[in-house]
Design a protein around this ligand. Structure first.
Ligand code: 1GP
Length: 245
């Protein structure tokens, strides 16, 4: 039996090995991205998003599985994004927001299907960090992000998530954000919790990915930048996988 995805994340964290996940938006899916991810030995493919048209999600899951053996992890934008064909799902609770639908409501709607499925379920605290421009997750979820200058609130939110039993904390600067997470914020969160920290949003160079690894992120997620330039997958993978503490 394959080792569980969460167990492999924990084991990498213990060894100080940083992980790279490529995020696929099903509406913009290109098989070339998956082939490049294979070449670059990307650790996980994330699939999902907050504005995905329904049919494309399931078609895309099936297509990816035909091309690669890289574990496929659902990063759900809504309860419709559940597929038995994936390996795992991040059961995201938007703990930076106060919209009950994204804290627990969507989960209740999907609960029975998830319970019946063989998907590995990884409860994950999802924290939106805002800077300048409004990010799309903010509009979709009708919540306010935590200001990037408010490190204290970001840290307390991450601690609360971990105490509630969430197995990972995902710090999100927003899809296509002009400014990725600040290293100092990631550092503060890392210092105060012990579960794996995921960093995503606006990472578009190997240097930015490496800076967040240095700050303490255990996994880096990149979507938009690699859709525009597939060659970046290999470069960012090298930067992340060669990083040593
Ligand atoms: C978005 O964190 C992910 O939810 C990735 O963001 O598309 O900006 O890389 P980008």
């Amino acid at each position: 039996m394959n080792k569980s995805i969460y167990a492999s994340v924990l084991s990498s964290k213990k060894k100080g090995k940083k992980l790279f996940s490529v995020l696929v938006d099903p509406d913009k899916f290109s098989p070339e991205v998956i082939r490049e991810a294979d070449k670059a030995r990307v650790d996980f493919i994330f699939i999902g998003g907050s504005q995905v048209k329904n049919g494309s999600f399931h078609r895309c899951v099936a297509s990816i599985q035909k091309i690669t053996n890289i574990p496929l992890v659902i990063f759900p934008g809504s309860r419709e994004q559940v597929s038995e064909k994936a390996d795992a799902i991040l059961l995201l609770s938007l703990i930076s927001g106060r919209n009950p639908d994204y804290l627990i409501g969507e989960h209740i709607q999907a609960a029975r299907q998830l319970k019946r499925s063989k998907l590995e379920i990884i409860p994950t605290g999802y924290i939106l960090i805002g800077g300048g421009k409004k990010i799309s997750a903010q509009a979709v979820t009708r919540t306010s992000p935590i200001k990037s200058s408010d490190k204290g609130l970001a840290v307390s939110t991450a601690i609360a998530g971990e105490l509630l039993g969430m197995k990972m904390i995902y710090l999100e600067a927003g899809s296509g954000s002009k400014t990725p997470l600040s290293s100092s914020l990631v550092k503060e969160v890392r210092k105060n919790i012990s579960c794996p920290v995921i960093a995503g949003g606006g990472i578009d160079t190997p240097e930015k990915a490496q800076a967040l690894c240095k700050a303490g992120a255990d996994m880096i997620v990149v979507g938009n930048a690699i859709e525009k330039d597939h060659g970046l997958i290999v470069e960012i993978a090298k930067a992340i996988h060669s990083y040593t503490i």
